[in-house]
Design a protein around this ligand. Structure first.
Ligand code: ADE
Length: 368
């Protein structure tokens, strides 16, 4: 994207200062993070996928476990998807894990098990968009391409006092400032500046290496840039789930279909309550539709509230008893009668994991 003459002039006159100030700040302030220690392209890739929607603090321990269990693209590609989802449990946005697994298989089949360096080729892999392709190409292979994530967008919008910069505009800005020598460090330093100093609220301008060039700082209102987007309130749904226990303390669980949200994860079967329906009636209907069984709804055992990206739910879990029919998968990928030990090993979303803990507690106190 073409920048205005005034913008180009500003970028050109500030280039040397922007590069030197940012790189020397990064050299002394970069956090020690597991994916920054003698990293391979594969480690950069895994960390960037995990960091897409998740905070650095949360990602660290997940990253270490993941790399220990799947140290190479080949190890990842040849593992069962369920093992990958299990290590991802609690990180959320599970489509990232499914895409990463498929991408590892493509890396093995099409690229001899080595991640390609070229951003265009990287973008052909599942789960790799423009940001992640730029991040891998620059951080892992030192190719001078932009990598603009939310942190970088905020830093640049403030530096140039832009209200609502377009992605192409931000990429042009980075391109004009990227040093030939060390583009990876420059991109990563920009992310770090956004995370540590140029934070969304109460930015630490006194600690900022770019204070002298920053237009938002000069205007005295760094927080005003970029302009906040109006957020609609999230819709809310009541969801019901059945904990159906048969003899030998086996519990009915179902696996979600791969193409659905939370695909591949295991859950206590159930679904959304419809308008005008009671929770109990919703549960009986869902078990009939999803698994072809008739259940009696006994007692409520847990209520879990959770917010996803586009909606919120309240999940009501009930102990149920199977009174007619044999479970079958009508609207699920698989089902099983799981022991408590099985339950612990299955990949589940956080909401269902909460219910599983409650079930475990109840069954062990029953025993005692
Ligand atoms: N966010 C995205 N990539 C990152 C990285 N390499 N270090 C810190 N935060 C990040």
């Amino acid at each position: 994207m073409e920048l205005s003459e005034a913008e180009s002039h500003f970028l050109e006159t500030q280039r040397d200062f922007a590069q030197n100030a940012l790189l020397s700040w990064f050299a002394s302030h970069a956090r020690r993070l597991p994916w920054r220690e003698n990293r391979s392209p594969y480690q950069v890739w895994v960390s960037e996928i995990m960091l897409q929607q998740t905070q650095v603090e949360t990602v660290q321990s997940y990253f270490q476990r993941f790399i220990e269990r799947f140290p190479t693209p080949k190890a990842l590609a040849t593992a069962p998807l369920e093992a990958v989802l299990k290590l991802w449990e609690g990180l959320g946005y599970y489509s990232r894990a499914r895409a990463l697994h498929r991408a590892a298989q493509q890396v093995l089949e099409r690229h001899q098990g080595r991640l390609p360096a070229d951003p265009e080729t990287l973008r052909t892999l599942p789960g790799i968009g423009p940001y992640t392709a730029g991040a891998i190409a620059s951080l892992a292979f030192n190719i001078p391409v932009p990598a603009v994530d939310g942190n970088v967008r905020r830093v640049l919008a403030r530096a140039l006092a832009l209200n609502d910069p377009a992605p192409g505009q931000l990429e042009s800005i980075v391109r004009s400032w990227l040093p030939d020598q060390n583009p990876g460090a420059f991109n990563e330093a920009l992310m770090e500046l956004g995370a540590l100093v140029c934070r969304p609220r109460r930015p630490q301008c006194t600690a900022c290496p770019w204070r002298e060039l920053c237009r938002a700082y000069a205007l005295g209102q760094p927080e005003r840039f970029p302009a906040a987007k109006a957020r609609k309130p999230l819709p809310h749904y009541d969801v019901v789930a059945a904990v159906t226990i048969r003899e030998n303390r086996q519990i009915l669980v179902a696996q979600r279909r791969p193409e659905d949200m939370l695909g591949g994860l295991w859950e206590f079967p159930g679904g959304k309550r419809q308008e005008g329906e009671s929770l109990e009636a919703a549960l009986r209907r869902e078990l009939q539709e999803e698994m072809g069984i008739t259940v009696e709804v006994e007692t409520q055992i847990e209520v879990v509230r959770h917010a996803y990206t586009h909606f919120r739910i309240t999940l009501y879990a009930y102990q149920c008893r199977l009174i007619a029919g044999e479970p079958q998968c009508i609207e699920c990928a698989d089902f099983k009668w799981a022991t408590l030990e099985d339950l612990r090993a299955l990949p589940m979303a956080v909401t269902d994991r909460r219910i599983a803990h409650t079930v475990e507690r109840r069954l062990s106190t029953e025993e005692g």
